[in-house]
Design a protein around this ligand. Structure first.
Ligand code: CP
Ligand code: NVA
Length: 306
């Protein structure tokens, strides 16, 4: 049984297999086909944080593919005192073909894996967002026609989204630069783990955001205040001044560069309206791809491709 708790759970070949499934199912959907690859399969989603894209993409993916999805908050599922996590994990997984979790601590995902009888998918934890990273690089491949040689410049916080993107860029040999204020780099233990697994990784961290975007094929940003960091809002806003992706910053990038954001965006904070809605933005293509990639992940994990 396989899980997707971090990008480290899949090999580069498996990522390319998932991308192939995604591409095929996306084309088939456009042609009006909704093959019932997951007929009568059941997905359970248990979330501890809000979500639009992740929840809806997995729910829609299941419906398109002939299965069903149910959703619980962690509290309604019985965590936070009604019963123990191992008991919830054993019961929920005995009814489900797969479980998507959205948690604060990543250790909750790992603990579920320990007790689960079905594959566990991490739909975002404080540390990682593997489904987003897979979507991001699938989108880069779709937009540019190939992944090879692309350079992603992530402007902002070295958070869960940036960390999973680093894992996947290292795996697929894509260059990644993080431009961030001092103290907001990707955690050292993650950078060390990546360098150990992928000694050839093309990764730099810098505070020189204007220089960094000059060589970008993709300028990517995410919120400055992630879910759970609300108490740090004012400090973070102060520290991230100068790291907004606005039209002036994007104009420094080559004209072929594209803008990406995992969403939700705080318009006027980390990104301006003109960039979000501008010609270089592919954010809504990227958001739509969450659903196509959810299908690829489910079909691959459940070995359901015909
Ligand atoms: N990008 C993303 O995970 O969006 P949601 O938080 O809406 O699921
Ligand atoms: N870094 C953000 C991503 C939201 C999809 C957060 O964790 O809130």
């Amino acid at each position: 049984m396989r899980h997707l708790t971090t990008v480290f759970d899949v090999s580069s070949e498996e990522v390319l297999t998932i991308f192939k499934i995604v591409g095929e199912l996306k084309t088939r959907l456009r042609a009006g086909e909704r093959p019932e690859l997951l007929k009568q399969r059941v997905l359970t989603q248990i979330f501890d944080k809000p979500s639009l894209r992740t929840r809806l993409s997995f729910e829609t993916a299941m419906i398109h593919l002939g299965g069903q999805a149910s959703f619980f908050s962690m509290k309604d599922a019985g965590l936070y005192g009604r019963e123990s996590l191992p008991d919830v994990a054993r019961v929920a997984s005995s009814f489900s073909d797969a479980i998507v979790l959205r948690t604060f601590s990543h250790s909750t995902v790992d603990e579920f894996v320990q007790w689960s009888r079905c594959p566990i998918i991490n739909g975002l934890s404080d540390d990682f967002h593997p489904c987003q990273a897979l979507t991001d690089l699938f989108t880069v491949q779709e937009v540019f026609g190939e992944l090879k040689g692309q350079h992603i410049v992530f402007v902002g916080d070295g958070n869960n989204v940036a960390t999973s993107l680093l894992h996947l860029c290292a795996k697929l040999d894509i260059r990644l630069t993080l431009a961030c204020p001092v103290g907001y780099e990707i955690p050292d233990n993650q950078v060390t783990a990546v360098r150990k697994r992928h000694p050839q990784v093309k990764f730099e961290q810098t505070q020189e955001v204007r220089d960094a975007v000059k060589q970008a094929d993709v300028v990517y940003t995410d919120v400055w205040i992630s879910m759970g960091q609300e108490a740090e809002a004012e400090t973070r806003k102060r520290h991230f001044t100068g790291f907004q992706v606005n039209s002036e910053l994007l104009a420094l990038a080559p004209s072929h560069a594209r803008f990406m954001h995992d969403l939700p965006a705080k318009r006027g904070m980390e990104v301006t309206d003109d960039v979000m809605d501008g010609k270089q933005s592919v954010v809504f293509q990227q958001a739509e791809n969450r659903m196509h990639v959810a299908k690829g992940i489910l079909v691959w994990l459940l070995d359901a491709m015909k």
